[in-house]
Design a protein around this ligand. Structure first.
Ligand SMILES: [Ca+2]
Ligand SMILES: [Ca+2]
Length: 564
């Protein structure tokens, strides 16, 4: 049987290959023809047809050449601009419609070309990959085997290559580690099921997951599902397919340490922890204590590790987790968050006062404690749906969170203004649509997505456009990197009396910067001597311009400026 299947497969491969060859033969002459008919066309360079490379028009990538912004390398700390990649939707290297690790490797120049003088790539300094371990779902937040890369995404060797590439370009790579729950197809759950079917409490997997027995009182507020062939109900608060591990079991704790060590030893720089507050459902004391123990252990072995937890809650709760790990800041994110509110002609001082207080609250709670802002991620509606790119609100929000402290996280495609919200179909797949490359990448929208419209101009088109959102993000990151004090050091909020403009002063390694944001539509005249001795306008970015005359700054509408 196997031999027959193999020969059928081989035949299919041969048929596919010959189909591809046929396509190649058909398209080659026509593309040659197109090249000879339009030799001056800069939009469609034919590399093989352009022998005089130095004289031929270059592909129209818009390059930022401002010498004040070039040449910056990330500081060795973690106050970096991260980029979240929803792996299955990013870039497809093997034409099956699903994004994969090789796709990310192929696209690395887009993210960071390793040349701080080029002015050509987005320049991100860290990457968060959504889960890459073997899993039955498209999103892979239910893990079947933590030690195996999902075959849809690639192999351990692909991961090793991606790690090496990241480090060659001074980019930190963090993996998403969902350990609150696993897939039902995880071997641990199989062993747990067998232990209960055999009614064998001595089996080491008998208490690997949370459950209660028939006849016992179900723990309040949690969701359980019957396990067939047994007398138990297992805990599954997210989905029946996501049984929850039992962190009271020392063997579970040890397994979770083992997974982290395995990937840290391979060279991964840290983790994003999924559903961190749910390890002990409804019990923050126990959950915090778990993460503290887990991360104290790991940090003793890997002191440089960067971690950030998803504790989707208010600051009063996230503050409790901070001694263990940084947490994403949900107060400032999404449509009702402080960044979006301030960006739409709101009061900047309110935002920067909040950040100052937040920084004071978390300072020193862990060795790497920092603010972790974002506007949107794979679990939220995309930013361009609630912040207009056309009227500049999106750009202003980007100024507010990227020209600021900590480690901001950009969601892939945010820099293109990609769209996607849960919508009437109420599906998260709509928030995770295929990256719009605009150059023929075969990555497709995830299964179940229904979102009707997407942006037309992808990365390829926006790269050539000085006024695109992509170019805007690129410049914003360059401004931040060229002025390390923006992201680090002592932060002090400032407000401009009589207007919504405001910002902060920050001092790092003896250098002080003043960052001012004007969220209104009209220019503001600001006497910067009120905030200190600032004599140099280092950079500005926004819909308007900025000009410093003496100590008087004229800051255009929806524009931010950095002074030194
Ligand atoms: Ca693929
Ligand atoms: Ca749990």
């Amino acid at each position: 049987m196997k031999a027959i299947q193999k020969s059928v497969c081989a035949l299919l491969v041969i048929m596919l290959l010959s189909l591809c060859c046929a396509c190649g033969q058909k398209t080659d002459p026509s593309s040659n023809l197109a090249a000879t008919e339009a030799p001056q066309e800069p939009e469609a360079p034919q590399e093989t047809e352009a022998p005089q490379e130095t004289e031929a028009p270059q592909p129209g990538e818009y390059v930022i050449t401002d010498p004040n912004l070039l040449g910056s390398v990330p500081a060795p700390d973690n106050a970096r601009v991260f980029y979240e990649i929803f792996v299955g939707s990013f870039s497809d290297s093997n034409y099956n419609g699903i994004g994969d690790l090789r796709g990310i490797i192929n696209r690395f120049d887009y993210l960071n070309d390793g040349d701080p003088d080029s002015g050509k790539s987005l320049g991100i300094e860290g990457i968060w990959l959504t889960p890459i371990f073997s899993s039955p779902s498209y999103h892979k937040y239910d893990v079947a085997d933590y030690y195996k890369i999902d075959p849809q995404f690639g192999t351990q060797e692909d991961l090793d290559e991606l790690i090496a590439l990241c480090h060659a370009r001074d980019v930190k790579l963090i993996l998403d580690l969902p350990i609150n729950h696993t897939a039902r197809s995880n071997e641990w759950f199989g062993n747990f099921t067998s232990a209960h079917r055999n009614d064998d409490p001595t089996d080491p997997f008998y208490d690997f997951y949370c459950y209660y027995k028939q006849g016992e009182q179900a723990p309040a507020g949690r969701t359980f599902s019957a396990l067939s062939g047994t007398d138990i109900y297992y805990e599954c608060n997210f989905d029946g397919g996501m049984p929850e591990l039992n962190f009271e079991n020392p063997a579970v704790r040890e397994e979770c340490l083992k997974i982290a060590r395995y990937y840290l030893d391979r060279g991964v720089d840290g983790f994003r922890f999924d559903a961190a507050k749910y390890v002990y459902f409804g019990d923050h004391d126990a959950s915090v204590a778990y993460w503290q123990e887990y991360l104290d252990t790991l940090r003793a072995e890997y002191p440089e590790m960067y971690t950030v937890a998803e504790v989707w809650d208010g600051d009063g709760i996230t503050d409790r987790y901070y001694p263990a790990t940084n947490c994403f800041n949900f107060t400032t994110s999404q449509s009702g968050g402080l960044f979006a509110v301030a960006a739409k002609a709101g009061n900047v001082g309110k935002l920067t006062q909040y950040i100052e207080k937040y920084l004071a609250a978390v300072a020193g709670t862990n060795s790497d404690a920092m603010f972790v802002p974002f506007i949107a991620n794979h679990d939220t509606d995309r930013a361009a749906g609630f912040l207009s790119v056309d009227n500049g609100d999106m750009q202003m929000a980007a100024n507010l969170y990227i020209l600021g402290p900590g480690s901001p996280f950009i969601y892939y495609g945010e820099e293109l203004g990609m769209r996607g919200s849960r919508g009437g179909a109420n599906t998260d797949a709509n928030r995770r649509l295929a990256m719009v490359w605009g150059d023929g990448d075969t990555v497709k929208n995830p299964v179940g997505s229904t979102y009707p419209s997407q942006i037309e101009n992808g990365a390829e088109q926006q790269k050539t456009d000085a006024d695109s959102l992509y170019t805007y993000y690129k410049k914003l990151i360059m401004i931040r990197k060229a002025n390390p004090a923006i992201a680090r050091g002592a932060y002090k909020s400032v407000s401009v009396k009589g207007s919504n403009a405001g910002g902060f002063i920050s001092t790092y390694e003896g250098k002080t910067v003043l960052v001012l944001h004007n969220t209104s539509k009209t220019a503001q005249t600001i006497d910067v001597s009120l905030f200190g001795d600032f004599t140099e306008l280092r950079a500005f970015i926004g819909l308007g311009t900025a000009e410093l005359s003496g100590t008087t700054l004229t800051l255009g509408g929806q524009t931010s400026a950095v002074l030194g």
